[in-house]
Design a protein around this ligand. Structure first.
Ligand code: ADP
Ligand code: MG
Length: 351
């Protein structure tokens, strides 16, 4: 029998490559929103307002009062791998901005239509430019603006039929967007956040700049959570174990929700860490009735040279040294805190 030849290897069109890569960074409306939010924070904004249509599939609009974008940078703004944040690979080690790859805006232009309006402190009017497939369409047009940047992402996944179909429920996608905004708004409590549906007068998340973290949690997650919060902290400076500092708020044994809310920032990045989440759930499982779940907010600071931020396309995970030791000592701190707060409560009710 004639031996069939192996399939031929071909080089993909650049447009195909870009759309595939974009799908990895921008998985759903909430991942686009997270990237936009991170850019606004990196730009030093103290106020960020978001408007959403159809769960972000029709429109995500974000307006900030950050440093804006230089006029001469507008032509390359949405090309792949253009960034103001990283120069050398080694910079990744000490990077203190949330972005670093210069891929987010580019990715969005491969799967949506993007319009940017921006004004820097030294300009007296702004510029508006539209982008598609990494390229600026025409010249930036002068326009009235305020200092900062406004970005509109329209018709997300208009050219990715399969992905578009996967999002049948805009309400669920809006829920995921609110989740991201809520988490950032309690971590960055010095920044004012607003998030609402287009056309609604009522905001679904609204925090004021420079409130305390506790006030921000109350504003976003409600007084029922805030009332039961206990402050928790842990740290270790022994280089042989895990060097870290953790500060957080956790609900007491009197609080119970149907679902765990676990808000984790490591070196100011919103991330997930299933090992830590499980370790904390175990502690609560021992003190709460079976169906009751806690609210947990934690901010962990690690030496930046112990953290690899570049392990996930959406940056939702980081890897770090001595994870086991760190999880262990945070678990112990949470356990101790819950125990003492429990006994003091018993004490109060008895007297
Ligand atoms: P990265 O954040 O990794 O640099 P992005 O594609 O997200 O990549 O953004 C590209 C560049 O565009 C950023 O480095 C920044 O200089 C600029 N930029 C994006 N969003 C904003 C914004 N809201 N305000 C000011 N500059 C911005
Ligand atoms: Mg970015």
């Amino acid at each position: 029998p004639a031996k069939a030849l192996p399939p031929q290897i071909r080089r993909l069109d650049e447009a195909v490559v870009n759309r595939i890569a974009a799908g990895e960074v921008i998985q759903r409306p909430a991942s686009a929103l997270k990237e936009l939010l991170e850019n606004s924070i990196d730009a030093g904004s103290s106020s960020i307002a978001i408007t959403v249509k159809e769960g972000g599939l029709k429109l995500i609009q974000i307006a900030d009062n950050g440093h804006g974008i230089r006029y001469e940078d507008l032509p390359i703004l949405c090309e792949r791998h253009t960034t103001s944040k990283l120069k050398e690979f080694e910079d990744l080690q000490t990077i203190n901005t949330l972005g670093f790859r210069g891929e987010a805006l580019a990715s969005m232009t491969f799967v949506a239509h993007l319009t940017v309006t921006t004004m820097t402190a030294d300009q007296n009017h702004g510029y508006r430019a539209s982008y598609k497939d990494g390229v600026m369409e025409g010249e930036p047009r002068p326009c009235a603006a305020v200092k900062g940047t406004q970005i509109m992402v329209e018709n997300l996944f208009y050219n990715v039929a399969a992905r578009r179909k996967a999002f049948k429920n805009p309400a669920e996608e809006y829920g995921r967007i609110l989740d991201v905004v809520s988490k950032f708004s309690i971590h960055k409590n010095e920044v004012s956040f607003l998030c609402k549906k287009h056309g609604d007068s009522r905001a679904d998340v609204h925090t004021m700049a420079s409130t305390t973290r506790l006030d921000a949690i109350r504003a976003v997650y409600g007084p029922g959570v805030a009332r039961e919060l206990i402050e928790v902290s842990a740290s270790d400076d022994d280089p042989l174990r895990a060097e870290f500092e953790m500060k957080g708020f956790i609900t007491s044994a009197n609080y119970s929700a149907k679902k765990t809310t676990f808000v984790l920032f490591i070196n100011d990045r919103l991330v997930e860490c299933s090992a830590l989440r499980k370790a904390i759930e175990v502690v609560y499982a021992a003190i709460l009735p079976k169906a009751s779940k806690p609210f947990v907010y934690m901010s962990i600071c690690l030496p930046s040279e112990h953290v690899d931020v570049n392990v996930h396309p959406t940056k939702k995970e980081v890897s770090f040294l001595n994870q086991e030791a760190l999880v262990d000592s945070i678990q112990k701190a949470v356990e101790a805190k819950l125990m003492t707060s429990n006994t003091s409560r018993t004490f109060y009710t008895q007297t």
